[in-house]
Design a protein around this ligand. Structure first.
Ligand code: DOR
Ligand code: ZN
Ligand code: ZN
Length: 386
């Protein structure tokens, strides 16, 4: 039985533990005196990125399922949620099944899939699939998959979890329908103080939302949708982490350098999210409680509430990454595993390097490379208790 003596990041701080695992699962977690645990290596339990555009299909120049999921592992991420604004979009049953096959074959980390509804046909197709989320674009995005006017209420009438890309007006509408039809709603990339305030006023157990590292750390000078906010907006996002804002997700949206130079929206972000967030943690800019909520507890809660079996714990999946905090280094996008080797975080100093990523008890990433064991699978459904 493999064992680790390490400090684990929890909501109450770092604790030295011995973790034993058997096959894909964690067998034991025992608190220790820390004599065998390096003070600068932390175990992050089941880090996941619930907003990633893996491209592929007819956009191989931007990213492939293989390159994007290897980038995830290099970023310390064990599983991703794939976004459906591909070319062609994942907006009918046949393409959904083709995507599932492609991901099952090519993904290096574990995954769940989203499905896009943009017109009456995709709405009718959505009834026959069970994605993580039905994704709805209510505002401008990459690809022209904005939902046809008048269909938003029908999407909520499906009573399947809905994720939205929207401005504040769209958020307001979606919140109204989520409440009316008791349909789970996830609001993507919240970026403005007023949006945080709106969500805080209306939040219930079915409504969740996310912030991205770029909206948290940057204000201006880079093209993303929604646009970067100002310092006042960023302050509101940081203050709401772990309360109004449930999770941090990267919105990894790779483009070629040439496409970026022509104004494409999006950031190559899946490799920098964990180093940035762990840096904020070790610098005391966020508490352990906040870090654990947005990087572990809430992503796990969302996946489990949609019926997926995910999460660290005794008897749970042995998914984790190990981060070394012994040195400060500058982010260098030329080392990215993503095809998009450029980033607004280039040159920014961080204090957390991903050294290993383990998925289901196997080492998928170590010493800067993905191992031969790195083969992803769909996150399975929770088994129903008898
Ligand atoms: O910046 C963004 N890029 N925002 C989005 O909503 C879409 C994404 C993309 O797919 O390129
Ligand atoms: Zn979006
Ligand atoms: Zn996105």
């Amino acid at each position: 039985m493999p064992q680790f003596n390490i400090n684990i990041a929890t909501g109450r701080g770092l604790f030295p533990v011995t973790i034993g695992f058997e096959g894909e699962r964690i067998d034991s977690i025992t608190y220790t005196d820390g004599a065998h645990a390096s003070p600068t290596r932390l175990l992050i339990p089941s880090p996941v990125d619930l907003h990633v555009h893996l491209r592929d299909f007819e956009q191989l120049q931007k990213e492939t399922v293989s390159s994007g999921t290897r980038a995830a592992l290099a970023g310390g991420i064990c599983a991703v949620a794939d976004m459906p604004n591909t070319v062609p979009p994942v907006a009918d049953r046949e393409t959904y099944e083709r995507r599932l096959e492609l991901m099952s074959h090519d993904a290096a980390c574990d995954f769940v899939l989203n499905f896009c509804v943009d017109d009456k046909y995709s709405l009718s197709q959505a009834a026959s699939v069970d994605p993580f989320f039905i994704k709805v674009f209510l505002g401008e995005t990459t690809g022209s998959y904005v939902l046809e006017k008048g269909l938003l209420e029908n999407v909520f009438m499906l009573r399947k979890p809905v994720a939205i890309h929207a401005d504040i007006e769209g958020m307001r509408e979606a919140i109204k329908y989520s409440k009316r039809y008791e349909t789970p709603l996830h609001i993507c990339h919240v970026s403005r103080r007023e949006e945080v305030e709106l969500i805080a006023r209306h939040k219930d157990e079915r409504i969740t939302c996310e912030a991205t590292p770029h909206h948290l750390f940057l204000s201006g000078g880079y093209t993303v949708k929604p646009p970067l906010g100002n310092v006042n907006d960023r302050d509101a996002l940081w203050a709401a982490l772990g309360t109004t804002i449930d999770i941090v997700a990267s919105d990894h949206a790779p483009h070629t350098l040439e496409e970026k130079e022509h104004g494409a929206f999006g950031i190559s972000g899946v490799e920098t999210m964990l180093p940035l967030m762990v840096t904020a943690l070790v610098r005391g800019e966020i508490s352990f409680k906040q870090f654990y909520a947005v990087m572990h507890e809430n992503p796990k809660r969302i996946l489990r509430s949609h019926g997926f079996e995910f999460g660290f714990g005794i008897g749970g999946r042995a998914d984790f990454s190990i981060v070394d905090t012994s040195e400060t280094y500058a982010i260098d996008p030329t080392t990215f595993h993503s095809k998009a080797k450029h980033s607004p975080f280039s040159g920014m100093e961080v204090e957390a390097r991903v050294v290993e990523t383990w998925v289901r008890g196997k080492r998928f990433f170590t010493n800067g490379v993905c191992t031969n064991e790195a083969r992803g699978a769909p996150i399975p459904a929770l088994s129903k208790e008898p």
